[in-house]
Design a protein around this ligand. Sequence first.
Ligand SMILES: *Cc1c(COP(=O)(O)O)cnc(C)c1O
Length: 397
Amino acid sequence: MTDFAATRALFQLPEGVIYLDGNSLGPLPRAVPERLRRTLQEEWGEMLVTAWNRAGWIDLPRRLGDRIARLIGAGPGTVVLGDTLSIKVYQALAAALELNPERRVILSDTGNFPSDLYMAQGLAAMRGDGCRLETVPPEAVAEALSDEVAVLLLTEVDYRTGRRHDMAALTSAAHRQGILTVWDLAHSAGALPVDLAGAGVDFAVGCTYKYLNAGPGAPAFIYVAPHLAERASPALCGWLGHDAPFAFEPGYRPAPGIERMRVGTPPILQLAALEAALDIWEEVDMAALRAQSISLSERFIAGIEASCPMLELASPREPESRGSQVSFRFEHGHAAMQACIAAGVIGDFRAPDIMRFGFTPLYIGEADVDRAVSLIAAIMADESWKEPRFQARGRVT
Ligand SMILES: *Cc1c(COP(=O)(O)O)cnc(C)c1O
């Protein structure tokens, strides 16, 4: 059983702020600044270039991959860090397409994150062989599986509504039709228990700056099932994915296994931050985290529905069908969220009308939920969101 009061003390959170947006950018773990100071001063500052060996920088993407693997039901040596999630989507998708060469369709759903869909569109256009992306509503994915589909590309938890796909069921349904699967775990890793090996997933990708709290710009991760790892082509053939990077051969030869999914020089400062952030997860029991996340979300929904009749639940009502976020529709959602943020309740807004609140038991408790509900209820009741200062939109919503 995890002591969530103890994990809360491991984060720096501004006084008076209730942070319900860890699903977009996790807060700063208190251990990160000291870890960064060490990496800067003792490693970069003192060891200079020798730190690649002496401080083990070169192995960080694999070493931290093994620690993330534990959180997503994957074995050691199946996960590596690097690049951004969009790039890892591209690599996984390209590799999966090449492993299913007779087929031309990438199937996804209309709720998927646009960058995942854009990467699929760009890849299909570049292949120029009739390969195309098809999207269907999330509820229609199972029936759209056919022998034309090469790859099923899905995000387990919908970024807008929090709706959760049944990963195990859809993966086996896809496999029965000869389809490979790419699962995006952006809103799953660190949010709920994931069992990639148990579900038989082929490829998975995810980011580390959301629920894993590694900071803005932290690198993504990619998983390749062990039975595919020696056959998967990385699509982006960078030197650090080469079998012998320091032989400097003119021709590309992929490294064995998951290492081939590396591309170029890894972001060491961000990986150092990630390493410190991952220490927190050593203490966390994922089943307990999930139970507490459901309990907080249920409490929030009940509180909002009792006090804010103008907000309409956009997330599934059944907790098992949700990730760790709760969304409500409101026509003036952007202004209302600006008013919430001004009152100290930080969530975010997703067009056209979604107010999104993430629940992260590591640092959010019942008292925070109750206080957030009463602050939101006050804003909705007195319509203070109508004030002119809440109408401006920044570049990031
Ligand atoms: C957050 C998120 C991304 C972001 O991709 P980056 O390349 O890291 O900016 C992509 N896909 C999904 C599903 C996301 O939730």
